[in-house]
Design a protein around this ligand. Sequence first.
Ligand SMILES: [Zn+2]
Length: 288
Amino acid sequence: MALVSAKEMLEKAHAGHYAVGAFNINNLEWTKAILLAAQETNSPIMLGVSEGAGKYMTGYNTITAMVTAMIDSLKITVPVALHLDHGSYDGAKAAIAAGFSSVMFDGSHYAFQENLEKSKEIIAIAHAKGISVECEVGAIGGEEDGVVGNGEVADPKECEIIAALGVDMLAAGIGNIHGKYPANWKGLNFEVLAEIQKVTGSKPLVLHGGSGIPTDMIKKAINLGVSKINVNTECQTVFAEATRKYIEAGKDLEGKGFDPRKLLAPGTEAIKQLVIDKINEFGSNGKA
Ligand SMILES: [Zn+2]
């Protein structure tokens, strides 16, 4: 199956009260683990690519080529959207040109008027090619592109204006944080989430920083209109943990245990299991 825009899968998720997971990829192992998890659970899936990971993988063209070829070679039949995560204005244009099927334009660090104008422009370019767009209103706490904030909350009025541009999914801060949640975290702000959904109609909302939010809060957020949940940190931590265990057990020193295909296998399997668990938690299993 070719890459698809995220529009249809998210509208279905919104109507069906579940969420599609957007999992960031870093290399071949990450991509393979996430695609296999989606296929095994018969779930639609979004592969997120940050600009940093894009550079690491030598560019958006490389990523599009790898993901489309892997969908084919692994016989993946569930809908897959290849999505730029926290794209800049130029980055979003580059990902569109390279064949991504979905982009996030994150103009949240601009003054609102500039965010609005640039969002409008990216939406027009993307929609002309059938590519879905996510925009962001208000910064999301934690580390975002090297800038650390703390659990910010978006202005529903600004959300209403950006949603009216025809964006396909909207990210807004509701006290969520990128990276690990601190012990004294206050939790998600459901009042603001409900208000944002009220003023944006049936627009699918996006929850960033999905690593480590308790299941009851995830379920409540989905019921209030969250249809896409981003997971990144947890895939990294389970990968590192499984790899550490392999090395600490001395397995890389046994026979050909140093073979990268063996060395990276436990971490890859750990990511796959985590993604399966998240898909079940978000309720997108069986919804492909
Ligand atoms: Zn994010």
